[in-house]
Design a protein around this ligand. Sequence first.
Ligand code: ADP
Length: 560
Amino acid sequence: MSMKWRLTDRSKMLLKLELAITVPALALMAFSVWNLKHIQRDKNIEAAIQRDFQYVLKIADNKSWRKATELVEPARKEFPNIHESEAKIREGLTRILEQHPEFDYAIVYDKNCHVMVSVIQSNGEHDEDFWERSQEAINSISGWLPIEAGSMADHVRMMAERGEHEPMFYSEWVTQRNRHIYLNGAYFVPPGAGDEAALGIVSFNLDYLRNTFFPAVIKDVLNSKSNALRNEANPPAIMLHFSRDSEPWVASANWDGGKPEVERSSMEAFHDTVWAIKYTGTTVADIGAKFLRNNYLILAALTMLMIGGIFLTYRNISREMNLARLKSDFVANVSHELRTPLALIRLYAETLELGRLNSKEKYQEYFRIIREESERLSSLINNILDFSRIEAGRKEYEFKETDLSELVHSTLDTYRFQIEQNGFTFEENIAKDIPPVNVDREAIARSLLNLVNNALKYSKDNKYIGVSLYRVNGTVKIEVKDHGIGIPAAEQDKIFDKFYRCGDPLVHNVKGSGLGLSLVRHIVRAHGGDVKVESAPDKGSKFTIALPLDQMPRAGMATA
Ligand code: ADP
């Protein structure tokens, strides 16, 4: 029945453990895996990075527009009045170009008065290529101005009515010696124009845009506080290319080629150009994959830790439960152990009291039984008292220089008769060269008695007990040998644990408390020695107490 209870107890515990820890933990793990799968499927990480990239590009576009506006504004304010003489206008434009080397040329156009004055940046005078290109551009502009100027001016005025007084921007491609050249400029309504179809135009110098203007914008964007990706160890790389050509026109220093992750056409000032962004040396897909991989790894590690934790908890609880079971067995065993000798003592004492025994031998035998049973009782009680002292950490040893030969011999002497009475062959081998040793007499005698008592208890047909005392190197050994039932190898370690009893007590049917060997080990260790067992089932056992000669605690008291 106790077996059955044990099983249900254990499965109950397992069930609780599983419900309380394993199920929530597993649910958490499963949820995390599901979550990661979800992230993986929906490419959430990639999408988040791309959103950030979009945002950065939007800022880049906006910054380039604002910067271009800031460049044009002072020029616009100083633009000559269209009603002035052509010479005055030319003079005004020349002054503006002198003050603003970032412009290639400036134009004043008035459709009604048929005025079109254009001035080319004079510091480019000796650069034929530049001169030719600028001329080409002005020609192209003068081609479409008569058609477009009206609506362009209206557009500017409309914006001004809305409160936006900024210049507008145009861009176009001109062909110079079979090369397509990007041109970009700003237009606005010049002073004195009123409602007329009149425009002022300045055009940006390409080299200035490429070498100064855009690098500054890019630097600004990458360092900007609003850049969501600013703090990354690997900052993004940005470049600008023309819509018709995917090669970078301007790029940040860390641009390493390859396909951009996100592109955005410029909407504000530099039409026909495209902003592009990516990470250097890696792709967003890689980052997403790496994030997932790391998370899976962490999850796996956590799962391992959790399994380890559950295993440890399970083992601890198991051990506690075992101990609890052993304790309850112990109580049953000890009650029995106490009751049997008491019952015998009472029985024989009552028989003696009646005085009806007819032979002296019978009296003798009954007295002996009573004495032996009371000895058993006191040794059991001594064991229990010792044990409780040890458990409470109050066991004290009184070490004294002792003649071990004499101690072993006299201890066995009180037992010899009983051993032989029980039909045992008894051998005692005590070496002559044993030096005096510092021990607690009573404790060592009790250890020896426990071992001899076990040999008596756990022998069946082959009744033999051998006790030897000898010296090996620096130790003195006390050996107790029997030809009894032996101990399976798997249990040889455990028999020294408190309460532990081999196998099922119902099987070998020998009563005991499970305390004897744990006491022996405790006592021997308190002496700086150790106790070992060699045993084989059905062959017998040999217990050896080894006490070191040199490291013996000095004579006196010691608390264990
Ligand atoms: P007890 O004898 O009171 O059960 P012990 O601590 O002395 O407790 O021994 C623990 C267990 O070791 C015993 O229950 C027994 O199964 C086993 N054992 C001890 N000594 C011997 C022996 N000499 N031969 C076989 N088994 C032994």
